[in-house]
Design a protein around this ligand. Sequence first.
Ligand SMILES: NC(=O)c1ccc[n+]([C@@H]2O[C@H](COP(=O)([O-])OP(=O)(O)OC[C@H]3O[C@@H](n4cnc5c(N)ncnc54)[C@H](OP(=O)(O)O)[C@@H]3O)[C@@H](O)[C@H]2O)c1
Length: 156
Amino acid sequence: MDFTGKRVLITGGSRGIGKACAEAFAKRGAKVAINYVRNEDAARATLNGLPGKGHILAQADISDPSAIEGLITDTVTGLGGLDIVVNNAGVSQRHPINTVSYEEWQDSWDRILAVNLRAPANVIYWATQHFLKNGGGRIVNVSSRGAFRGEPEMPA
Ligand SMILES: NC(=O)c1ccc[n+]([C@@H]2O[C@H](COP(=O)([O-])OP(=O)(O)OC[C@H]3O[C@@H](n4cnc5c(N)ncnc54)[C@H](OP(=O)(O)O)[C@@H]3O)[C@@H](O)[C@H]2O)c1
């Protein structure tokens, strides 16, 4: 696949699967914006390891609904446009119903839904506002086997 000239935002691109996506896109000619929340060292190391030129860092806590419009604007400014978004950032924390307190149960559901469900929806909203005015784009949502079979120790 050839992505020469394409501009790609990868949420949670500093580590793990997002880092692998960043490397794969950059290797095929794309310019990549690496979003991360707090691990700047990892994000910078990933950025410095990418082949090609013009890649950027795009720090934002995507669980904060008010941070998303700025993330898209910063990406468009930094990359000179936006063609593809990979909604990859995610968190997991164990919260088995037979051991956690009600407070921990609430905390897990709030945190996981904010990052893994609501944040991608908000990224989709603001990326689409850009795509509608600029000839379209593509959105890839990274999911989990947990969506198909459930995760007993991480029901959220
Ligand atoms: N690994 C698996 O076995 C597995 C299985 C099923 C599904 N998945 C899904 O695959 C995706 C990637 O998983 P992974 O294991 O590669 O993740 P990971 O290695 O734990 O990395 C998580 C990434 O998300 C970022 N992130 C977390 N919270 C964020 C927030 N509030 N705002 C912005 N960025 C945030 C982290 O940034 P910082 O570096 O700044 O912390 C990091 O870049 C997730 O959606 C996950 O649900 C993974």
